[in-house]
Design a protein around this ligand. Structure first.
Ligand code: FES
Length: 637
C-alpha cells in the first residue's frame, strides 16, 4: 500500500447526497458507517462476505476488487467498501440499496400465533404482593395535609400512607430527585398521589411520585436482546397480559455478525459507545412499535426486563466486553444492578426501572438463565436438555439437583441471517418447502408473496434436498441429479426456491456449507455435554428446543439432517423464544427474579472451545446426518 494517509479528499456519497471531507487511505466502509449509512457488513470489514458493495462513479480507490464481484460489475466500478481505500482528492461513490440493511420493525398485537411460549403465571405464584409483585408496582395513596399541629415531613407523610396499605414493608428509600419534587407534587395533587415502587433491592425504592391518575394502567416491557435479532413484548403489569409483540434485527450487525466481531469492535471506548447506542436505539424502536400497536403512551411503561447473552448485556450497559474473548474468558460480572431508564436513554418513563437477567459465564448469558426459568427445568426431578439455537448455541442439561451448560458457535443461519435469502420468521418468510419433480412448493408466513427464508424453512429445505438426492452427505448440491431448481449462477451452485417480479430466493452452496457447520456445532455440543456428565442420551426425559427459527420446527427434519440426536420424536418439544418468556416472568414476579438468580449460581459452565473432544465430535457431525450412521438408525428407514 503506497497511499498517503493524510492528503485531504472530498467524497460524495450517492444517492444520499452526502459530502464528506476526509483523508486518503481510509476505507469507504468507515466513511459510510460514520455518515450513518447502515451498510451490510456481515464479516465486519474482513472482505469475505461480499455484501458491502459500492460503485465508484468518479475518482479512484485502492483495492476493493474481489472474486465475489463479477467481471461486468467490476468494469462498472463495483468494489467492496471495506477493502477500498480512498485515493486522490475527490471521489464520487454510489451505495446501492442492496448494500444497505433496512431497519425494519415487525410488530403485532398479542395473539396465540406470537412466537412466545404461552406464559403460565401459576409457575411463579405471586405469594405476597409486596415482595413478590411485578418489577414495578404503582399504588395510589391519600394523605392529610400538614398543619401546625401535624408537622410531619412530606416524605414521612407519604411513607406512612404507603405503610398503611396491606402487607407492605416497613422501609423504603427515595432518590434525591424524587425528594426534590415531592413537596410540589403532593401539594399540586391535593395530597393524593401515585407512587411507583420497585422491590428489586432489599430496601424497596420509590422510583417516582406523581399526582394520582386513577384508572391508568401500569405497563412493562420484556426484551430479548439477541446477537442477530431483538424481540419484545408489552405487558400490563397488574395482570401480565401481553398486549403486543415486536421484533427487529440487531443494528450492531453492521459491525459484524457474531459476538466475537462485536467484542473486537467494542474494545475501544468509541466502538463500545457506538454498539451500545445502536442496540439501545433498537430497543427504543421496539418500544415505539409496541406503544403504537397497543395505543398507549411510552410514559406508562414503568419497568423493563431484558435478557441477553453476556456480550449483549455488557455492551447494552456500556461495560467493556473485551475480556470475554481473552483467555481465561472471564466476564466483568454476572449480575448487574437495576438501572433507571433515563440512565440508558431508553424511551419508556425516564424513572422506570430496567433490569437485566443474570449471566453464568462469558458465553452463557441472561438469555439462557431466562430460558431455564421459563421452561422450569430447574424445578423438575427429571433430566432435561434445553437447546437454544441463536447465533451462539447454548445447551443446558440437568434438573432440580444439578445444571450444567456449554456454548458453541452456530452462526446466525438458523435465525435467517448470514444466508443469501435469509430473513426473520415474519410475514413473507418461507417456512416450509417441498421439493417436487419439476420444482418447489413452499409456504410463506402470512400466505403472501415470498420475501426470504426463515430458520425453520432452511431446516426444512436442507432436509428436503437431502431426501431428494439434490445434495450429498457433505451437503454439496448435485447438478447431475437434473432438477431444474439446481443451477449455476456466477460460478456458484445454488438452489432456486422461489422467484418473484423483484427477487429470486435461493439457497447457495456457501449457504449449505454454513448450515452444515451450524448443525454440526449444535449436535457436537449436545452429545458431548451429555457424555461429560456420564449419562446417555436415553437418560434425558425431554429435550426443549428454543430459538428464533419461526413458530415451529419439524423434529423429523432436524433429526434427518443430524441437527438433533436420533431419539424418539416424543422427547422433543419446541419452546419458542424462552429468553423472552423468561424475561416476562421476571417482569411480573419478583419470585421469578429470585429463582433466576439461584439458577445462575447453580449452573456449572463447561468450556468447549479448547476441547479436542468437541473438535472431534464436530468433525464427525459434518456429514448428513453424521459420519457414523449407527447413531442415526432412523436415517435408513
Ligand atoms: S466484504 Fe465488506 S464487510 Fe464483508
Amino acid at each position: 500500500m503506497n497511499v498517503s494517509v493524510d492528503r485531504p479528499c472530498t467524497v460524495r456519497i450517492e444517492p444520499y447526497g452526502k459530502i464528506v471531507q476526509t483523508v486518503e487511505g481510509r476505507t469507504l466502509l468507515e466513511i459510510c458507517l460514520e455518515e450513518g449509512i447502515r451498510m451490510d457488513a456481515g464479516c465486519a470489514g474482513r472482505g469475505t462476505c461480499g455484501k458491502c458493495r459500492v460503485v465508484v462513479l468518479e475518482g479512484e480507490v485502492e483495492g476493493g476488487v474481489s472474486a465475489a464481484i463479477s467481471p461486468e460489475d467490476r468494469a462498472r466500478g463495483t468494489r467492496l467498501a471495506c477493502m477500498s481505500r480512498i485515493k486522490g482528492d475527490s471521489l464520487v461513490v454510489e451505495v446501492p440499496a442492496s448494500s444497505v440493511k433496512p431497519k425494519e420493525v415487525f410488530s403485532s398485537p398479542a395473539t396465540e400465533a406470537a412466537s412466545c411460549r404461552p406464559f403460565r403465571p401459576d409457575e411463579f405464584s405471586p405469594h405476597e404482593f409486596w415482595s413478590q409483585g411485578p418489577i414495578c408496582t404503582r399504588v395510589t395513596v391519600s394523605m392529610t395535609p400538614p398543619t401546625l399541629d401535624d408537622p410531619v415531613t412530606d416524605y414521612d407523610r407519604l411513607i406512612n400512607a404507603i405503610r398503611a396499605l396491606p402487607g407492605c414493608p416497613s422501609q423504603f428509600r427515595a432518590s434525591i430527585d424524587v425528594l426534590g419534587e415531592l413537596g410540589s407534587v403532593l401539594r399540586e395533587s391535593n395530597w393524593r398521589a401515585d407512587a411507583w415502587i420497585s422491590a428489586m433491592d432489599c430496601i424497596p425504592a420509590i422510583l417516582n411520585v406523581e399526582g394520582a391518575r386513577p384508572g391508568v394502567d401500569n405497563y412493562g416491557v420484556a426484551v430479548d436482546i439477541g446477537t442477530t435479532s431483538l424481540s419484545a413484548c408489552l405487558c400490563d403489569l397488574s395482570t401480565l397480559t401481553p398486549k403486543a409483540f415486536a421484533r427487529c434485527l440487531n443494528s450492531q450487525a453492521i459491525h459484524g455478525a457474531d459476538v466475537i466481531t462485536r467484542i473486537l469492535f467494542g474494545s475501544t471506548p468509541e466502538g463500545l459507545g457506538e454498539l451500545k447506542d445502536l442496540v439501545l436505539e433498537d430497543v427504543n424502536s421496539l418500544v415505539d412499535a409496541l406503544c403504537q400497536v397497543a395505543g398507549i403512551e411510552p410514559d406508562l411503561i414503568t419497568g423493563m426486563q431484558c435478557a441477553g447473552n453476556t456480550t449483549m448485556t455488557q455492551i447494552a450497559l456500556g461495560v467493556d466486553p473485551s475480556h470475554i474473548r481473552k483467555e481465561p474468558y472471564v466476564a466483568t460480572a454476572n449480575v448487574f444492578p437495576p438501572m433507571r431508564a433515563e440512565g440508558l436513554g431508553l424511551r419508556i418513563n425516564p424513572r422506570g426501572v430496567v433490569n437485566f437477567m443474570p449471566c453464568v459465564a462469558s458465553y452463557v448469558g441472561g438469555d439462557i438463565t431466562a430460558g431455564v426459568l421459563a421452561t422450569g427445568i430447574a424445578r423438575s426431578d427429571e433430566i432435561s436438555l434445553l437447546i437454544d439455537m441463536g447465533t451462539n448455541g447454548e445447551i443446558v442439561l440437568g434438573g432440580s439437583e444439578w445444571l450444567v451448560c456449554c456454548s458453541c458457535s452456530v452462526g446466525p443461519a438458523f435465525e435467517g441471517s448470514g444466508i443469501t435469502s435469509g430473513m426473520l420468521a415474519e410475514p413473507g418468510a418461507i417456512d416450509d418447502i417441498t421439493v417436487t419433480e419439476k420444482g418447489v412448493e413452499y409456504n410463506t408466513i402470512g400466505g403472501g408473496r415470498p420475501v426470504g427464508i426463515c430458520g425453520s424453512g432452511l431446516i426444512r429445505a436442507f432436509s428436503e434436498l437431502l431426501e431428494n438426492g439434490l445434495i450429498d452427505r457433505t451437503a454439496k448440491l448435485q447438478p447431475e441429479a437434473g432438477h431444474p431448481a439446481v443451477r449455476t449462477n456466477r460460478d456458484t451452485l445454488e438452489f432456486l426456491v422461489a422467484s418473484t417480479k423483484d427477487r429470486e430466493i435461493v439457497i447457495t452452496q456457501p449457504d449449505l456449507d454454513n448450515l452444515l457447520r451450524s448443525k454440526a456445532a449444535v449436535y457436537a455440543a449436545t452429545v458431548l455435554l451429555v457424555k461429560k456428565m456420564g449419562i446417555e442420551l436415553g437418560d434425558v426425559s425431554r429435550i426443549l428446543v428454543a430459538g428464533g427459527f419461526g413458530s415451529h420446527i419439524d423434529f423429523s427434519d432436524a433429526v434427518r439432517i443430524g441437527l438433533l440426536p436420533d431419539l424418539p420424536l416424543g422427547v422433543y418439544s419446541f419452546a419458542g423464544n424462552t429468553s423472552l418468556t423468561g424475561a416476562r416472568a421476571g417482569l411480573g414476579f419478583l419470585s421469578a427474579q429470585e429463582e433466576v438468580r439461584e439458577i445462575s449460581e447453580k449452573m456449572t459452565y463447561i468450556e468447549l472451545s479448547g476441547d479436542n473432544a468437541y473438535h472431534e465430535e464436530f468433525v464427525r457431525a459434518c456429514f448428513l446426518p453424521h459420519t457414523d450412521l449407527d447413531l442415526f438408525p432412523s436415517a435408513g428407514k
